[in-house]
Design a protein around this ligand. Structure first.
Ligand code: NAP
Length: 239
C-alpha cells in the first residue's frame, strides 16, 4: 500500500475523476475524506469503500463557499488529526457557447468552481500542512488551461489562472516541505455535462481510473523529487 496512514481530502469526489481517485487512494491505504455537493453520491462512495474494508468519510461541501471549505478542513483535522494530501478535482464547464452567450452567472460559477474553490481549499489547509511541515496539493487542470479553445472561454480562463495559482503556491510552500503540482488533463470519459460527446469518441478518451493513476503517481514520488506540471493525454487522440 503506497498511502498507508495518509489522510487525503478529495474534492469533486461525487463523480468522475474525484470518485475514481477516492476509490484508488483508499485501496492504497489512505483515509479519504470525500467532498462535493451531492450528499447521496458521497454516501454511496463511502459505502463502497467501507465495503472493501477501507476507510472514508463524507463531508458534503460546496467549494465555492469559503465557510463550508473551512468547516471541511476543521472537521477533517478534528476527526483524523492531520491532512497529508489535498486533491482538487472539483470543476465545471457550465456551458459551451460563443462568449456573448455566457451570462454573468455562468462566468461567476465557472471562475468560482475552478479557481476560487481551489484558493479557498488551499488557504484553509495550508496552516495545518505548515504545522505538519508536510503536505501535497494536486490541482486538476486541463489541456485547455495551457492552450485556449473556443466556446469555453471562461473555463479556459479559470484553468489558465489555476496554473498561475499553483505555480505561486508551489514556490511559496516549498520551504515548508509542501509540494504543489498541477495535472493538465486532456479529455476524460467522465460525466462532462454539457459536453456529451459521441459514444465512439468517448471510447478514445482517458478513463477516470487512468487519471486517478496519474494523481496517485504525483502523490507517491520519492521525497527528493518533484514534478511541477504533468500533462496527460489520451494515447490515440489530441483532445
Ligand atoms: N472531463 C474531462 O474531459 C476533463 C478534462 C480536463 C480536465 N478536467 C477536470 O477534471 C476535474 C474533474 O472533472 P470530471 O471530468 O471528473 O467531471 P465530473 O464528473 O463532472 O466531476 C466534477 C465534480 O466536481 C464537483 N463539483 C462541481 N461544483 C462543485 C462545487 N461547487 N462544490 C463542490 N464540488 C463541486 C461535482 O460534484 P457535485 O455536483 O456533487 O458538487 C463533481 O463531483 C475538473 O476539474 C475538470 O475541469 C476534466
Amino acid at each position: 500500500m503506497k498511502l498507508k496512514g495518509r489522510v487525503a481530502i478529495i474534492t469533486g469526489a461525487s463523480s468522475g475523476v474525484g470518485y475514481a481517485a477516492a476509490r484508488l487512494f483508499a485501496r492504497e491505504g489512505a483515509t479519504v475524506v470525500v467532498a462535493a455537493r451531492r450528499r447521496e453520491r458521497l454516501d454511496h462512495l463511502v459505502a463502497e469503500i467501507a465495503g472493501e474494508g477501507l476507510q472514508a468519510f463524507s463531508i458534503p461541501t460546496d467549494i465555492t463557499d469559503s465557510g463550508e471549505v473551512r468547516a471541511l478542513v476543521d472537521r477533517t483535522v478534528s476527526l483524523l488529526g492531520r491532512i497529508d494530501i489535498l486533491l482538487n478535482c472539483a470543476g465545471s464547464v457550465q456551458r459551451i457557447s460563443p462568449l456573448e452567450q455566457f451570462t454573468d452567472s455562468d462566468w461567476r460559477k465557472v471562475i468560482d468552481t475552478n479557481l476560487s474553490g481551489v484558493f479557498y481549499c488551499a488557504r484553509a489547509i495550508v496552516p495545518q500542512m505548515k504545522a505538519q511541515r508536510n503536505g501535497t496539493i494536486v490541482n486538476l487542470g486541463s489541456r485547455v488551461g495551457r492552450v485556449g479553445v473556443g466556446n469555453i472561454a471562461p473555463f479556459c480562463a479559470a484553468k489558465f489562472a489555476l496554473s498561475g495559482l499553483s505555480q505561486a503556491l508551489a514556490q511559496e510552500l516549498r520551504p515548508y516541505n509542501i509540494y504543489v503540482t498541477t495535472v493538465f488533463s486532456g479529455m476524460i470519459d467522465a460525466d462532462m455535462a454539457p459536453l456529451n460527446p459521441d459514444v465512439n469518441l468517448r471510447k478514445r478518451f482517458m478513463t477516470t481510473e487512468d487519471v486517478a493513476q496519474a494523481l496517485l503517481w504525483v502523490c507517491t514520488l520519492p521525497p527528493s523529487l518533484r514534478v511541477d506540471e504533468l500533462p496527460i493525454m489520451p494515447r490515440l487522440i489530441d483532445l
